[in-house]
Design a protein around this ligand. Structure first.
Ligand code: RB5
Length: 151
């Protein structure tokens, strides 16, 4: 599975750590930046690169980091086909994929420790959508809302 990852300055160190963890776990990972630490950079510039990568099918799951995870998720959810959420616990990271087909995980590097972030990312990457009728029905309702709101 191919993964994309990006961060602003708020998650620079966390992204570098996760890059190593993810690639050593056998996933192919595309680093969408930031490639240098710039305390004045802006999260939408990086969040959009992961969202676009998911949208065009270049990668199947994405991870976006910022200080809180809030800006990352606000940006990512503007993109049709992207189902992004902040998960700061392992339960939501797995269930978000299994029940809701979440394809982008947002993390706040100033909120959780690196060790917890690694556990959350592992659960997110290992989880698969459960195609039980009720989950598909709910997902289709979300897609209908997306169509009416995002065109
Ligand atoms: C950057 O300092 C910070 O505001 C940003 O990373 C993020 O937390 C926004 O949601």
């Amino acid at each position: 599975m191919k993964i994309s990852i990006a961060t602003d300055h708020g998650g620079f160190d966390l992204k570098n750590h996760l890059l190593k963890v993810i690639s050593s776990s056998g996933y192919e990972v595309l680093d969408k930046g930031a490639h240098t630490f710039d305390p004045n950079d802006d999260y939408p510039d990086f969040a959009k690169l992961v969202a676009k990568s998911i949208q065009k099918g270049e990668t199947t799951k994405g991870i976006i980091i910022c200080g809180s995870g809030v800006g990352a998720s606000i940006t990512a959810t503007k993109f049709k086909g992207v189902r992004a959420a902040i998960c700061h616990d392992t339960y939501s990271a797995a269930q978000g994929v299994e029940h809701d087909d979440m394809n982008v995980l947002c993390l706040g590097a100033r909120v959780i420790k690196i060790s917890l972030a690694v556990k959350i990312v592992r659960k997110f990457l290992e989880a698969q959508f459960d195609s039980d009728t009720r989950f598909v029905r709910r997902l289709n309702k979300v897609i209908e809302i997306e169509k009416s709101q995002l065109g």
